[in-house]
Design a protein around this ligand. Structure first.
Ligand code: ADP
Ligand code: MG
Length: 257
């Protein structure tokens, strides 16, 4: 079995790896740590290497943008962090847990409780109201009584400014409002980590800016937020930009080229 993390990830390391603003003390173990992460897909006779050794760390409380050309591996990186996808090499540690070593069953439970994911196309269930969509993860986790779940979902819809539309179906809401419902759903189990895969990619620029403000607000309330965006303006408003190209992390300076 792989070593279990005891806050001594860098124990045998004689010199600190790179300077920058990375959390320096072992006490400040990063919330997310990817080390040498590989992801290969079998394509006929050859392996296609979508991720070729991703090393990255995100500290608790950071607001981080992930950028890179289409096909560079951004979604795959998010998916190995949320446990939707499994790496073919390397280690993924989130909040002290080795995600890559979990079984599917463990992952499903872990994901439901520890991470909220927001997608480009909202992915709401069309026959459920905003309130019912926002309560879904609570229903899956069987958290609290039905009444408590409804109260909690209502509170989260309030937080995203949709308190007056709880009974609307997704089709009765604008794109921006639908994405707010998706964010309320992501908040359901009060996860430390919110992950967005191009969450503003289907919104006009004003609505996208509002959505960013919401992420910013949640970050201010203590959530760690990681989002993929093609919008460099929105990327620059993060604390930090992680730039991915051809399945590796490259210096963020390359973003401007
Ligand atoms: P991005 O989100 O940056 O656009 P992705 O992470 O979705 O990129 O994909 C990275 C690369 O991996 C792409 O070349 C893509 O075609 C490939 N890929 C992603 N998923 C699969 C899959 N299930 N099977 C084969 N190749 C895949
Ligand atoms: Mg993608």
């Amino acid at each position: 079995m792989a070593e279990v993390i005891e806050g001594r990830l860098h124990g045998g390391d004689p010199e600190p790896s790179e300077g920058t603003s990375a959390p320096s003390e072992t006490l400040d173990q990063p919330l997310i740590e990817l080390s040498g992460v590989e992801k290969s897909y079998r394509m006929g006779r050859v392996d296609y290497r979508a991720l070729r050794g991703i090393d990255l760390q995100v500290a608790a409380g950071e607001l981080v943008a992930v950028v890179g050309p289409s096909g560079s591996g951004k979604t795959t990186v998010l998916n190995v962090i949320t446990g939707i996808d499994r790496p073919t090499g390397g280690t993924v540690t989130v909040d002290g847990r080795r995600i890559d070593a979990m079984t599917e069953e463990q992952l499903a439970v872990w994901r439901g409780a520890h991470v909220g994911v927001v997608y480009q196309f909202f992915q709401l269930l069309p026959t459920l109201t905003a309130l019912e969509n926002a309560a879904l993860p609570l229903d899956f986790a069987r958290r609290g009584s039905k009444g408590e779940r409804v109260e909690r979902a209502r509170h989260n819809l309030d937080r995203v400014g949709l308190g007056d539309k709880v009974d609307h179906l997704p089709a009765e809401l604008s794109g921006g409002e639908q994405q707010r419902v998706a964010i309320a759903r992501a908040l359901a189990n009060d996860p430390k980590l919110i992950v967005g895969d191009e969450p503003t990619g289907n919104l006009d620029s004003v609505t996208a800016g509002d959505m960013f403000e919401l992420f910013n607000q949640l970050n201010g309330e203590g959530k760690t937020v990681l989002y993929v965006t093609h919008d460099l303006g929105l990327a620059r408003r993060a604390h930090r930009i992680i730039s991915i190209r051809d399945g590796v992390v490259v210096p963020a300076i390359a973003v401007d080229t």
